[in-house]
Design a protein around this ligand. Structure first.
Ligand SMILES: FC(F)c1nnc(N2CCN(c3ncnc4sc(CC(F)(F)F)cc34)CC2)s1
Length: 489
């Protein structure tokens, strides 16, 4: 049984980041599983006290003393903790005898959270992810509702209910074999919520939103990693609250060192982003963290996740490592091509749109200015990766009910391709990979293949001659017709 034990209470009043880390360590290393409600309340109170309007007076110098947090009293946490427990216990007469949760129970807990929420509020606002936000303001974001349902079920003694996470949605799994699934929150704008229903069996199963049924299925410890990942240090659109970011970074290292991020690529990516800003001495460098996130997605989720590659590509881009960025983005595109684009996939659409129409054109502008000695415009591999990138997006569109590309994509695309000289383009040998594995078309097969040339062992992409293999062989060409036309030009 989780809980707010004496050894945890002994840490109060909490005045420093180190003490919060100790509380999380106590909970994560305790013989019983961590108490999600307690940890979400503690992190939520701290985040809100440091990022709320009353605290926007910019701390221009970083606090040096050890007590770097506003004092957090035991009473404050106890009141909130007991309030959450009483909401759950009063609303749901949980029949403890039945060890496993039922769909009705999960839906009931979701209803309790749902019906407590403020009627209308700006759902995408920051700091709406924690139980503190739920208990003090009756507001939660999409992730926060799913997390609160799992924390509520833990309160009621249902340890089979766990959080399932895709790259842009959250739901729960439950039941004797953990094979039952249920929607418990909403997704996106203006979509009717599907709460209580099983996870996508229909067309939505082919959308990126459900990651081809390869979600991150959390343990209690990974649910702590999810709440830590969801900590939001932003003070306003330009500044982060230093102590909140430091707390998040230290908690992510605690979870990393305990092995709870191994199967959680996005949490590793979040840590990589924080480490890029301010590296922690004696820890693996952020470049390695981004590689580990890619490895995790390939190893545990059949390479069906996009974000590990866009985390990595973003890092390379910011550090002017453009050849490497092209490879990461091509690998991201190699993932998305197996999905059908649906209206639920706006988030990843925006990600690819920004890469294709902002980041790559920016790189082209710099590289064509003639000042870069070692320009990528002379590298066939870069041209090959660019073609893979665009081809994957074209394949993503194929067979989808919703179009992906429009004229706004074409201009930057043509401009980019034309920056490479004919002699460089000619060095890219376009191989039509007809191997059985790649013959599988993404539409009717239930099997999604990933013909990435990623070498699992050493976690790199092989450096074979820059050739572009693709599975799209409908008309015997390795590329989508529109890309084929471009390469012929
Ligand atoms: F691709 C990179 F540029 C990215 N940079 N930040 C990215 N984020 C930020 C962190 N993030 C996440 N980080 C940890 N866990 C989760 S679970 C989830 C889906 C939902 F919110 F539960 F619905 C999102 C998400 C979403 C992806 S991707």
């Amino acid at each position: 049984m989780a809980g707010f034990r004496d050894i945890d209470k002994a840490l109060f009043p909490i005045k420093s980041i180190n003490t919060v880390v100790q509380l999380f360590r106590n909970q994560l290393e305790s013989p019983s599983v961590p108490d999600l409600a307690l940890l979400s309340i503690v992190s939520g109170v701290i985040e809100n006290s440091l990022t709320s309007r009353s605290n926007t007076a910019l701390q221009v110098c970083e606090p040096v003393e050890q007590n770097n947090l506003p004092v957090l009293e035991l009473k404050t946490v106890e009141i909130l903790y007991n309030k959450f427990r009483s909401i759950m216990l009063n609303a749901v007469e949980a029949n403890k005898s039945k060890g496993f949760a039922t769909r009705e129970l999960v839906k009931k807990v979701s209803d309790v959270i749902w019906n407590s929420l403020t009627r209308s509020y700006y759902k995408d606002r920051a700091h709406l992810q924690s139980l503190y936000s739920f208990l003090s303001g009756n507001k939660l974001d999409c992730f926060g509702v799913a997390f609160a349902v799992v924390a509520g079920c833990q309160c009621l003694g249902f340890n089979d209910v766990h959080l399932a996470l895709s790259e842009d949605h959250a739901w729960v799994i439950f039941g004797e074999n953990g094979t039952e699934t249920a929607e418990v929150t909403w997704h996106g704008k203006g979509n009717e919520d599907k709460r209580g229903q099983e996870i996508g069996k229909g067309v939505s199963a082919r959308s990126w939103l459900y990651v081809n049924n390869k979600p991150v299925v959390c343990t209690r410890h990974m649910e702590v990693a999810a709440l830590v990942s969801a900590i939001n240090p932003s003070l306003n659109s330009t500044h982060d609250a230093y102590e909140v970011a430091l707390l998040q970074q230290e908690l992510l290292w605690l979870l990393y060192d305990l092995g709870h991020l191994k199967k959680y690529p996005m949490a590793i990516g979040n840590l990589g982003d924080l480490e890029e800003i301010s590296a922690t001495e004696g820890k693996v460098p952020c470049k390695v963290l981004f590689e580990e996130a890619v490895f995790s997605a390939r190893n545990y989720y059949s390479n069906q996740h996009v974000y590990p590659y866009t985390y990595q590509g973003g890092y390379f881009y910011r550090n002017k490592m453009y050849e490497e960025a092209f490879e990461s983005w091509a690998n991201a595109s190699n993932v998305i091509r197996m999905y059908n684009y649906s209206r639920d996939d706006e988030e990843i659409y925006k990600e690819f749109l920004e890469i294709a129409n902002e980041l790559i054109p920016h790189i082209m502008k710099i590289e064509s200015s003639g000042f870069s000695a070692n320009t990528i415009l002379k590298k066939p591999k870069c041209f090959a990766d660019l073609l893979r990138f665009y081809d994957g997006i074209c394949q993503w569109e194929e067979g989808s009910a919703t179009p992906v590309l429009h004229i706004g994509w074409a201009k930057p695309l043509v401009l980019t391709i034309s920056r490479f000289d004919a002699d460089v383009r000619a060095q890219v040998n376009i191989v039509c990979d007809k191997s059985e594995e790649n013959m599988l078309m993404k539409k009717n097969g239930t099997y999604f293949n990933n013909n990435n040339n990623y070498d699992k062992e050493n976690g790199t992409t092989s450096n074979e001659s820059p050739s572009v293999k693709n599975s799209n062989d409908k008309d015997n060409s390795p590329f989508h017709p529109s890309i084929e036309a471009l390469t012929a030009a």
